[in-house]
Design a binder for this molecule. Structure first.
Ligand code: IPE
Ligand code: IPE
Ligand code: MG
Length: 240
């Protein structure tokens, strides 16, 4: 029997989503791939609203990976254009809903115009406290960890840090996600059973929910379903 999602103790504080399947959705509908990404935009809106309704505090969305730069130029440009448009058009709504926008990833890789729009939205929503919406953009977990290690090594080199004092928190504090609790629930749409270089350190003990539903078909019901699945899990963290 499914436990009700209203059980607040069983509501994940942080949900992370690998939004996959836009291309396959477009193919199913005999549309160009970019139409799939455009359709995925509605799912983002629905999921943000659902997360707020369920009392989720952090929502991380994997929107563009470091590996995604290898896609055809046309698709990359289309995605960047869409991102810029969404940031601009959704800003007022984020304000109304109490959403604080944040971003993780190699943000300096993004085209100037996108970065400006992103930084402006981050700045303008900084005081909102209902939901932290964290966009993973040009994000790669291995590069994130590598950069963290490099920064830590620098601190050791300059004598600010004793190597003996390095612990898990040292690393955690040097990741893009510093200050953000680890995801409790990781959702991947479109049925792929892989993590694709996403938050490898942070998902150590996340519960994983994979649904065959393609991202543009994912909405409030599917989100509630994932939360219900999570509520039924017994998290043991290695204990008994
Ligand atoms: C996810 O959908 C969106 C991004 C990676 C930007 P895909 O574009 O990967 O869709 P599929 O996997 O080809 O169906
Ligand atoms: C992962 O999806 C990245 C995002 C959802 C942004 P991909 O479609 O790029 O991942 P693979 O290629 O299936 O591993
Ligand atoms: Mg994909």
């Amino acid at each position: 029997m499914a436990k009700p999602v209203s059980d607040s103790e069983k509501t994940p504080q942080h949900v992370a989503i690998i939004m996959d399947g836009n291309g396959r959705w477009a193919k199913q509908h005999k549309l160009p791939r970019l139409s799939g990404h455009e359709a995925g935009r509605k799912s983002v809106k629905k999921v943000v609203q659902a997360a707020i309704a369920h009392g989720v505090r952090y929502l991380t969305l994997y929107a563009f990976s470091v590996e995604n730069w290898q896609r055809p130029r046309e698709e990359v440009q289309g995605l960047m254009g869409l991102l810029r448009l969404v940031l601009r058009e959704e800003l007022a709504e984020m304000g109304r809903e109490g959403v604080r926008l944040r971003a993780i990833g190699r943000l300096h890789d993004l085209p100037e115009a996108v970065r400006e729009e992103l930084e402006s939205a981050i700045e303008k929503t900084r005081a909102n406290t209902k939901l932290d919406l964290i966009l993973a953009l040009s994000y790669g977990s291995r590069v994130e960890i590598t950069e963290a290690v490099k920064a830590i090594a620098q601190h050791v080199k300059t004598g600010q840090l004793d190597p003996e004092s390095i612990d898990e928190k040292t690393l955690t504090d040097h990741l893009y996600t510093r200050g953000i609790p680890d995801p409790d629930l990781l959702i991947r749409t479109s049925g792929e059973m892989r993590v694709s270089n996403f938050m490898l350190w942070q998902i150590s003990y996340a519960e994983i929910h994979v649904t065959p539903v393609l991202w543009p078909d994912f909405g409030k019901e599917q989100f509630a379903e994932a939360l219900a699945d999570y509520a039924r899990r017994e998290r043991r963290f290695g204990g008994v």
